[in-house]
Design a protein around this ligand. Structure first.
Ligand code: SF4
Length: 235
C-alpha cells in the first residue's frame, strides 16, 4: 500500500485518510478470501438496512463528521443537521438517549441489548439518502468494515444466526478508538455512536492531542496485531 502520512505533529484526524485506505485494503482482501471460500459479499447498491444500526465511530471520526456537516453547502447542511436532531429526538423519546450517553459503562450484554433497541427504532443514518450513502467517500471506517455474505433480505431483521458478515481479524475503527483512549485493554475503547457525533464534537472542543504522524500511524498499526479490537461491536 502507498499512503500519504503527515510528518509533523498532527491530530488523529489527519491520519483518517490513511486509516480509511488501510481498512479498505483489509476489507478487500477479506472479501476476496470469503468469496474464494464460497461466501461472496451480497451487499448491493441501494440497500441501506445496515445504516439503521448503531454505527460506532472513533472520537477523531466524530470530530471529522461534525466538520464535514459544517462544510456542507446550504440548504443541505440545514437538512442534514435536522436529521441528526431528529435522530436524537427519536432516541430520547423511549428513554434511550441517556443510556447511550453512559455507553462507556456498558457490559457486553448491555451493548447488544441497546444495539437491538436502537435498531428497533428504525432510525436511519442522517447521511442515508434514497437508501444510499451520501458521504460514501468519507464514510466512517466501521461502515467500510461491515459487509454481509448472507441473503440481503435478512439484514432487515438481523440476528447473529441469520446474518453472516465477512470475518475481519481486527477492526481498524476500534484500533483508532483504543489508541485515542490510550488504553491497552480492548474493553476501554472510547467510542461515539454516529448520530451523536456532532453533539460529541460540540461538547469536546478542547484541543486534540498532537503526535508525529508516522509515530501515531505505527502505534495504531501495532494494535491490529496486538489487540483483537472491536469484537462484539456488531458492526
Ligand atoms: S455513513 Fe453512509 S454507510 Fe455509514 S451508516 Fe451512514 S449512510 Fe450508511
Amino acid at each position: 500500500m502507498e499512503m500519504d502520512v503527515p510528518m509533523g505533529e498532527v491530530p488523529m484526524r489527519s491520519l483518517l485518510p490513511a486509516l480509511q485506505a488501510t481498512a479498505d485494503a483489509l476489507v478487500s482482501h477479506a472479501a476476496a478470501q470469503s468469496a474464494a471460500a464460497g461466501k461472496p459479499v451480497t451487499c448491493s447498491a441501494g440497500c441501506g438496512a445496515c445504516c439503521r444500526q448503531v454505527v460506532p465511530v472513533a472520537p477523531a471520526e466524530a470530530r471529522q463528521i461534525a466538520a464535514l456537516v459544517e462544510e456542507l453547502p446550504e440548504p443541505r447542511r440545514t437538512e442534514v443537521k435536522a436529521r441528526f436532531a431528529d435522530a436524537l429526538r427519536r432516541l430520547a423519546e423511549p428513554g434511550l438517549l441517556e443510556p447511550f450517553e453512559r455507553r462507556g459503562e456498558w457490559t457486553a450484554a448491555e451493548r447488544t441489548e441497546k444495539g437491538l433497541a436502537y435498531f428497533a427504532l428504525g432510525i436511519a443514518c442522517p447521511f442515508l439518502e434514497s437508501e444510499s450513502c451520501s458521504i460514501y467517500a468519507d464514510r466512517p471506517i466501521a461502515c467500510r468494515e461491515y459487509l454481509v455474505t448472507s441473503p440481503p433480505g435478512f439484514c432487515a431483521a438481523p440476528t447473529p444466526r441469520s446474518v453472516d458478515t465477512v470475518h475481519l481479524p481486527t477492526r481498524v475503527w476500534a484500533a483508532v478508538a483504543l489508541e485515542e483512549a490510550g488504553g491497552g485493554d480492548p474493553g476501554s475503547i472510547s467510542w461515539v455512536p454516529l448520530v451523536l457525533a456532532p453533539a460529541f464534537a460540540a461538547a469536546n472542543l478542547d484541543g486534540e492531542a498532537l503526535h508525529p504522524g508516522p509515530e501515531l500511524l505505527r502505534s495504531v498499526y501495532a494494535r491490529f496485531t496486538r489487540d483483537r479490537t472491536g469484537e462484539g461491536f456488531g458492526r
